[in-house]
Design a protein around this ligand. Sequence first.
Ligand SMILES: C[S@@+](CC[C@H](N)C(=O)[O-])C[C@H]1O[C@@H](n2cnc3c(N)ncnc32)[C@H](O)[C@@H]1O
Length: 356
Amino acid sequence: MESSVPSSSAVEEEEEGGTVDDARKLNSGDEGEEEQVMSEVHLGCPPGFSGPYISDFTVFLPQDTIMGWKTQDEAIASQTVDLDEDGDLLLPRRSKVSNDICSLRIQHNITSSIPNVGLQVWSAELVLSDFMLHKLASSSEFHGAIALELGAGTGLVGLLLARYANTVFLTDHGNEILGNCAENVNLNAGLLNCQAAIQVRELDWFNGWPPEPIIEEASLSRGFCWTLKEIEEAENASLLLAADVIYSDNLTDAFFSTLERLMSRGSRKVLYLALEKRYNFSLSDLDVVANGYSHFRSYVKDEDEMKCLDSKSMPCFVGKLIDITQIPQYVKEYERGLEVEIWEIKYYPPEAIMAE
Ligand SMILES: C[S@@+](CC[C@H](N)C(=O)[O-])C[C@H]1O[C@@H](n2cnc3c(N)ncnc32)[C@H](O)[C@@H]1O
């Protein structure tokens, strides 16, 4: 695994309300070029290369999920019982797993401009993949789910989930990022043995939810537009995923506004959000602060605070921090930093607060 990480700039650009500041800022040396940022995930890529590049991510599939919809114990219980020549019970052996490692092919850039950060893979996406695979191994919550990933970028976590879910919507904005995501769906079509229908669709948080549906379902030029049927299906999703979408206060506002609309329609949903806490030196505070994180926390109440809410309370998001030290690493090629957190977030309209 090659890595060449330039030193990072630590001074926050405050007028933007925060940027992907912790990402490695590259100096192009050409004043006319847009500023480039670099994530820490660039495995296998030759030094100096900026992409697009196709990397193979090795993923250990947790044992119980290899059997698909059944847990391993259920699968064993469903096997016929045999006796040996002495009449003793032959206990069924756990089937030898030959394909418990899968290789996911992901096309990604090694650097990008800030508006194109979705062309790169960010660490939070890999931590969220670990979490999701662990959930698949330890509960039935994600099996057969309708799921939607927001700010999916390369679509890595959604692609893994597609092996077990019913439908996965991979959403982001802009044709370049969505096109790259769709390319990753194609690259993995034969590899993943997907159970799910995967749809790559545009969901720009500044346009909110629901998106404008296309009139002609069969239109050849539909691009990444939604049909009415797909919008209804997405509103019935039970699972929302998002990784590394908290880095600019404006975006965080638009993200939570979209979430509020999406989560208050259709089925009850839970969001698993992986974020990277980015610390920067702030000139106004004269201290190292995590501003983007504080802004995120202003949207999310702790579970304890929930107990103090009543019917007059505003609608709110309630979050629980997941202990990721308990989650094994299923995706091989990355170093899990201490700065990534995963939050389980639910949305409570006032009537739901009353009922709790
Ligand atoms: C840091 S990248 C994370 C990408 C991917 N989830 C990962 O962790 O590898 C942030 C993502 O948010 C998306 N994003 C930014 N602004 C957006 C907007 N207005 N609407 C939807 N997605 C947006 C970007 O395109 C990008 O894919």
